[in-house]
Ligand binder design. Structure first.
Ligand code: SF4
Length: 79
């Protein structure tokens, strides 16, 4: 799943954690994460709205969420 400019990757551990899903949903200002009982879904149509704030990276355990800059040869957002 990828936008034109940005892709967001979550580990299986993050994807299946409903508590973390809520944190990610609350953290992202442009609604890229949607929480459900099953965990977190990425909202594909919002991916290119990402403002590279890094709040999702901070909200997840280390390495749990990667924000990939497709326009920059796939470099990951660093915190
Ligand atoms: S970097 Fe910010 S805008 Fe982009 S997905 Fe993470 S929380 Fe959302």
């Amino acid at each position: 799943m990828a936008g034109i400019f940005i892709d967001v990757e979550v580990t299986d551990e993050v994807r299946g954690d409903p508590e973390l899903a809520e944190k990610l949903q609350d953290a992202c200002p442009v609604d890229i994460f949607a929480a459900s009982q099953a965990g977190v879904e990425l909202v594909e149509e919002n991916l290119d709205e990402c403002i590279l704030c890094g709040l999702c990276v901070d909200a997840a355990p280390p390495g749990g969420v990667r924000v990939v800059k497709l326009y920059d040869e796939g470099a990951a957002l660093e915190r």
